[in-house]
Design a binder for this molecule. Sequence first.
Ligand SMILES: [Fe+2]
Ligand SMILES: [Fe+2]
Length: 193
Amino acid sequence: MIAQIRADVKEKLKHHPKRLRHVLAVEKTAHALARIHQADETETRIAAIYHDTMKYASLSEQLRYLPASEIERFQSAPVMYHALSAAAELEKTYGISDPIILDAIRYHVFGRPHMTLVEKIVFVSDMCEPNRHFLDWKALDQLAQKDLDKAVYEIMIIIASYVEKDDLPLHPLQEEAMKYYKEVCCGQTQKSH
Ligand SMILES: [Fe+2]
Ligand SMILES: [Fe+2]
């Protein structure tokens, strides 16, 4: 199954070599982290390889997969649509309904509170694969190997700084996620995974 999905992703992204390099590297990084943190390797790899598949689909194509409630919920953060629609497409195309895989794809953009182990791994791998040379991906990867929650929080801060630099407001889910992982890292909230 993974081989077929990877082959299809290669075909879909054949005109976007940088993105293809990124998703293959995210798969590799996520796979290594799955081994370290004993997450399900197959779930992690499928989510990682598929997470950006809808990145270059038109907005109308992305929205076609989504219920009105989701379109409305993320109207102020349309970057979420490529993630939500990729999960929907994976489910439709391959009959994969495993919520662990689907949620890891759905919430890879800025995370959410109470992420599963696979969600956290895909979320951090998206930012600490070696093609992310504009940030200290190596340090983030090392942190993720040691303390996944801390890496999640560090990366949430980086992502929020990008949003704020563009003078955009944070989405409420992004704010909730940051608050939750700040508490997790400060030891005030029990880890859910
Ligand atoms: Fe993405
Ligand atoms: Fe990505």
